[in-house]
Design a protein around this ligand. Structure first.
Ligand SMILES: [Zn+2]
Length: 111
């Protein structure tokens, strides 16, 4: 059953944060079948939250053209998620109206 009341009327809803589900990690330079296999599950989750009017945040790993010269590029010398490229975009199935984006310059685990 859907409850499509406005966010204000229901108070603060839940927040879904989808981490770095970008083309390069799924079908691009760092993609693999495991990543592709989870897309339908993530898509179902996003739809569930979107239908309730909850807050959906999509993070994007974001690098510039000089990626290979950065500390991450030295550890992982595979160019990926270059700002503005196709590979940097969120997997199309996961984008919904009113979702928000957070661009982050590096992986936390490399700090
Ligand atoms: Zn990266």
């Amino acid at each position: 059953m859907h409850n499509l009341g406005k966010r204000e009327e229901r108070g603060i809803g839940k927040v879904l944060i989808v981490i770095d589900m970008q083309n390069d990690f799924v079908t691009g330079t760092l993609g693999n079948q495991e990543a592709q296999a989870i897309v339908p599950n993530v898509q179902a989750k996003v739809k569930e939250y979107a239908d309730r009017g909850d807050w959906i945040i999509l993070t994007r790993d974001t690098h510039e053209e000089n990626y290979l010269d950065t500390p991450e590029g030295k550890k992982l010398p595979v160019k990926h998620c270059i700002n503005g490229t196709e590979g940097w975009q969120i997997v199309p199935e996961l984008e919904v109206e009113n979702c928000e984006y957070i661009d982050k310059p590096t992986f936390g685990w490399l700090n």
